[in-house]
Design a protein around this ligand. Structure first.
Ligand SMILES: CC(C)(COP(=O)(O)OP(=O)(O)OC[C@H]1O[C@@H](n2cnc3c(N)ncnc32)[C@H](O)[C@@H]1OP(=O)(O)O)[C@@H](O)C(=O)NCCC(=O)NCCS
Length: 139
């Protein structure tokens, strides 16, 4: 049974290893501000979701990742649904996420979760392909 929870500083080492793009200060900050959700099964962490807020207001899912070997068994969906519920309860009316334009598989997954593609931007010097943005309206 997968449990979705907020990580504590005790989970920091795992997050630093598995969410290695952002660096230690950002990982610590996101733990302190409750901007992570983790999926746990029998004490083992299987995946995480990290978010921030566009304009300081609109929840923006920056990263969701399930460990190889645990994919396609509902862990990602459990993380996303827990996040969506929390965001709706906190008053959000719109969710955002994004993906590199050539990553068709994560994009299919976002669509499956109710997101629609809404445009893309180029990020010169940062990324060679455009970043595609997705929105989901919450009723
Ligand atoms: C994308 C990701 C988070 C999905 O999590 P997951 O736990 O594997 O997905 P789930 O098992 O919850 O998926 C539920 C459904 O989506 C389907 N699905 C899973 N991955 C999919 C994909 N990449 N594309 C389309 N459908 C997918 C599953 O078949 C399942 O459908 P079913 O219940 O009808 O069989 C995970 O595969 C992952 O970590 N991928 C690598 C990192 C990544 O691309 N992250 C997203 C961009 S930041």
């Amino acid at each position: 049974m997968v449990e979705i929870a907020k990580p504590g500083q005790g989970d920091k080492e795992w997050l630093l290893r598995e969410d290695h793009h952002v660096g230690e200060a950002w990982v610590s900050r996101c733990i302190d501000l409750d901007e992570y959700l983790i999926a746990r099964e029998e004490g083992e962490i299987l995946g995480f979701l990290r978010f921030s807020r566009f304009w300081g207001r609109i929840p923006y899912m920056e990263m969701i990742r399930v460990l190889d070997g645990h994919r396609r068994s509902g862990v990602g969906t459990a993380l996303f649904l827990a996040w969506e519920t929390e965001m709706r309860e906190s008053g959000a009316r719109l969710l955002m996420t994004s993906s590199e334009c050539d990553e068709s598989r994560p994009q299919d997954w976002h669509r499956r979760n109710g997101f629609s593609e809404t445009g893309s931007i180029e990020l010169p010097g940062i990324q060679t392909v455009p970043e595609v943005f997705f929105l989901k309206k919450l009723d």
